[in-house]
Design a protein around this ligand. Structure first.
Ligand SMILES: Nc1ncnc2c1ncn2[C@@H]1O[C@H](COP(=O)(O)OP(=O)(O)OP(=O)(O)O)[C@@H](O)[C@H]1O
Length: 848
């Protein structure tokens, strides 16, 4: 609000208040002037009552003073906040049986109502319900807290629709609930004391206590009295029933600014010297109608549309000083959160179904609409089953993508997560080097000095990040090391993280550090059911509902919370599809679609980016076996050159072994001109027949010199291999089931095979085989001391310890799993986790 409108509003409030004062003075003057003398006639008293009733209707208009049993349930509730203090009717004063006027008490903006009886007395329960209805129907956005320590919440059962709509919190029925409410109110007062806004900007807060919970200490009663003393100035008010001395020695403290209602007294309100009939509970029909409408209005007004998060103009923002986006709204309006020096990384928590994915989508679309690809690069990683981030990638029905997204991992392996973190670290190093060369110390300076360098802010989102640390193994240690480095240095290099999880309390690996890595995550977002995201003493996320979040900029400490609501991005699917297309159409030429790593997906040779580019004439033909689990999903291949050991052994009983061998043959087929290489295909086991047939078909179609060698002819073929070899015309001996070769080769044939393994590559002969068992393979080699004879290995479902023992790496961390293989090149010293090439549909049949 501008200072001018604030001033105008204050002047208006002042005028209205002084008008109230004038009116009140008139009423008092009229009343004292016309107070009946002891012998005054009943007619005069009736006239006075009439005038007091008119004054009351004027002072407390509409819902505040009407007789509720006479109000039409369709009467609308008030939509604008009334200016000036509020009086509420509590009953009817009856100086004569036929003369009466409404009895009002000052409440909001003024003081409190204190009643000695509690809600176990139906008269008090009825009165409380009537006061509550009057206030709720008259004052929009009033914050109400309910306490009923005497009838287990029964006094407020009519409020259920309001609780469901989040207008009032669930009734507290014990001293713990009461303590929480008092703490919130005290915090409200403390915040208000230091807030820049005047108290008139604050929402009203009304605490209605239907009766104090049993075993309430004097401490709590003192707190209530203190709140009553300080509250009205900051718009905190109480309706306090059951406030009476317990005994002569156990007295309740005095409550300042209070109007006291003493039920048993001759004149229950001492300000009105007349008998008083308290208002009964409002008709249930009326309460239902009003509360139902209120709940509906709040729901409608608080339903946020994802469009409200998007800027009017796309890609206008610069990320030099950070990234900011609107994530939702609170009672003061839109809430913007940032990635900058103060809050470089965010930690988000929430139970399954608590809205984490939706919140992340809100953030990502908000950022993608504001910052173009030169300002922002996104890496999105999800470890759980689901489709969280796939909507940013092209699909069959929507070929568009979000141009800022570099890589998306869905149902990712931990190795993929570590690869992404490693890539981000490399990016930090590149930036550090560029900054040194440019002689600057800040990324913003680098961007100014070297506009030619692309240095967008990088945001990596890791959903269910705790999975990275499951296992407490080598991988977990790598993840911790990467994360620590990124968390500590990221802000200096424009690299930011969002870690999201159901809980962070289980991630001990990150707590074990001297200073917890989470200290680098000052911005916390707690969604419903979040555990460990806020400080242990901060329980504000415990009661929030779906669609809301507690945002805390101070590492989750109590007192620094902001309750926001955020829209359901999935409900705005059409808007977001439109936005995606719009951003996609704006992309620059050369903007590549994101690399997608879907953990569950098969990899096919035909879809490999390298495969179509393979041609004849290369110096070292590449045998393609799969795609690496790294950020770019690079192709895993073994170069087949004349160096000893350049043979390939695929090891493990999984039928995927045959598919890999087929991919090897097909990829080599592309790199030889017909007649320039020889393929000898040996189908030895039924499990490989399909793959062997497909390989034969491929070689036939390509016009290659190839022969299908039967088991019976294998011995003779192997015996002649070296003699017939021609280094300029390579020979590939392809064993589809190498484990079945030994019986047909017999000792002499095995000796020939071993000679081929030793001397073959130099003469252009390479053995490519699938052995279903490691033992058999080692025997065929002539013992593990000959393991160097086959330098290229693809391990499938072999126990990690057996494999580690064979390759001489006892620390090898290999846990066989479906759709994964370990590609080992002993010459290059690489061990790469990969998704092997399979025949389409293979995984439907494959189980480990
Ligand atoms: N702001 C919101 N308003 C209304 N509904 C919401 C909101 N946010 C989420 N929801 C609804 O809650 C459900 C769960 O949301 P979401 O998928 O984001 O949860 P999650 O925490 O990611 O769960 P999981 O971890 O199981 O994937 C969805 O059906 C979604 O429509």
């Amino acid at each position: 609000m501008s200072w001018r409108s604030a001033l105008e509003r204050a002047v208006g409030a002042f005028r209205e208040a002084s008008a109230h004062l004038d009116r009140a003075e008139d009423v008092i003057a009229a009343r004292s002037a016309s107070l009946p003398a002891p012998d005054a006639s009943a007619a005069e008293l009736r006239d006075l009552c009439f005038r007091l009733a008119s004054a009351a209707a004027y002072t407390a208009p509409g819902w505040l003073t009407q007789v509720l049993s006479e109000v039409d349930p369709d009467t609308p509730h008030r939509r604008d906040v009334p200016v000036g203090p509020l009086y509420v009717r509590v009953g009817t004063a009856r100086p004569l049986p036929d003369a009466h006027f409404p009895a009002l008490v000052p409440l909001l903006g003024q003081g409190h109502l204190v009643i000695d009886g509690d809600a176990t007395d139906p008269v008090v329960a009825g009165l409380l319900q009537s006061v509550l209805l009057r206030v709720l129907a008259s004052v929009p956005r009033v914050r109400i807290s309910l306490v009923d320590g005497v009838t287990l919440g029964q006094a407020f059962t009519a409020c259920a629709p309001l609780v469901a709509a989040g207008i009032v919190s669930r009734t507290a029925t014990d001293h713990i609930g009461l303590d929480t409410i008092l703490s919130e109110a005290e915090e409200h007062v403390r915040d208000a004391q230091v807030a820049a806004e005047g108290a008139a900007e604050l929402p009203y807060r009304l605490i209605v206590i239907a009766g104090l919970p049993p075993q309430l200490g004097t401490g709590t009663r003192t707190r209530i009295a203190a709140l009553a003393h300080a509250g009205p100035r900051y718009r905190v008010h109480l309706v306090l029933a059951g406030w009476r001395d317990r005994s002569e020695h156990d007295r309740v403290p005095a409550v300042d600014h209070a109007t006291h209602l003493r039920l048993a007294a001759e004149h229950p309100l001492e300000e009105i010297a007349a008998p008083l009939v308290l208002d009964p509970a409002p008709p249930a029909r009326l309460t239902r109608a009003v509360y139902g409408r209120l709940a509906e209005t709040v729901r409608r007004e608080s339903t946020l549309d994802v469009e409200t998060l998007l800027p009017g103009e796309r890609w206008w923002a610069s990320s030099v000083d950070g990234l900011s986006t609107v994530v939702g709204r609170d009672e003061r309006g839109p809430v913007t959160l940032s990635f900058d020096d103060a809050t470089p990384h965010w930690l988000i928590g929430g139970r399954t179904g608590g809205g984490k994915t939706v919140f992340l989508l809100d953030v990502l679309y908000g950022l993608a609409a504001r910052y173009g690809p030169r300002e922002l690069a996104l890496y999105l990683l999800d470890f759980k089953e689901g489709v969280s981030f796939t909507e940013f990638t092209p699909s069959d029905h929507d070929p568009t993508w979000i141009p800022q997204v570099r890589a998306v991992g869905v149902e990712s392996d931990r190795e993929y997560g570590v690869a992404v973190l490693a890539e981000l670290r490399r990016e930090m190093s590149r930036r550090a080097t560029a900054m040194k060369r440019a002689g600057v110390t800040r990324l913003s300076e680098l961007r100014k000095r070297r506009p030619d360098l692309e240095t967008p802010r990088v945001l990596a989102v890791i959903d269910e990040f705790h999975v990275l640390f499951q296992g407490n193994d080598r991988l977990a240690r790598q993840a911790v090391a990467h994360l620590e480095e990124l968390a500590r240095k990221g802000r200096s290099y424009g690299v930011h993280l969002i870690l999201a999880s159901q809980t962070i309390s289980g991630v001990e690996a990150l707590y074990d550090k001297k200073d917890s890595i989470f200290g680098q995550f000052p911005l916390r977002v707690a969604l419903p059911g979040a555990k460990g995201v806020l400080d242990v003493l901060n329980n504000s996320a415990e009661t929030i509902t779906l669609g809301s979040a507690v945002v805390n900029h101070s590492g989750g400490v109590a007192g620094a919370d902001r309750l926001i609501r955020f829209p359901d991005a999935t409900a705005g699917a059409e808007i977001l599809a439109g936005l995606r297309r719009e951003l996609w159409e704006r992309r620059e030429a050369g903007n590549a679609p994101p690399v997608i790593f879907a953990g569950y997906a098969e990899q096919h040779l035909d879809d490999d980016p390298l495969y179509p580019s393979l041609g004849t004439g290369g110096r070292r033909p590449l045998a393609l076996v799969g795609r690496s689990v790294d950020v770019g999903l690079s192709t895993v291949s073994f170069p087949l050159d004349p160096v000893p050991g350049r043979h390939i052994a695929i090891l493990g009983p999984s039928a995927v072994g045959a598919d890999i061998l087929e991919a090897v043959v097909r990829s080599l087929s592309r790199q030889h001109a017909p007649g320039h290489a020889r393929f000898l295909l040996v189908p030895l086991v039924a499990a490989a027949d399909e793959a062997a047939d497909a390989a034969v078909a491929e070689l036939t179609a390509a016009g290659h010199d190839h022969t299908v060698v039967t088991a019976a002819a294998l011995k003779e073929t192997v015996a002649g291999l070296l003699a017939e070899a021609d280094p300029d015309r390579p020979t590939h001996l392809v064993l589809f089931g190498g484990d079945s070769a030994a019986p047909v080769l017999e000792n002499a044939g095995l000796a020939d095979l071993r000679a081929v393994l030793k001397q073959g590559p130099a003469r252009g002969v390479h053995v490519l085989g699938w052995w279903r068992g490691l033992r058999r393979f080692i025997d065929d080699l002539g013992g593990s001391q000959h393991r160097e004879d086959v330098a290229c290995l693809v391990a499938l479902n072999l126990p990690g310890t057996d494999l580690g023992g064979f390759i001489g790496d006892i620390g090898l961390d290999w846990r066989p799993r479906t759709n994964r293989a370990l590609a080992i090149d002993r010459h290059e010293g690489t061990v790469r986790l990969c998704v092997p090439f399979v025949a389409p549909g293979r995984l439907d049949e494959e189980t480990l």
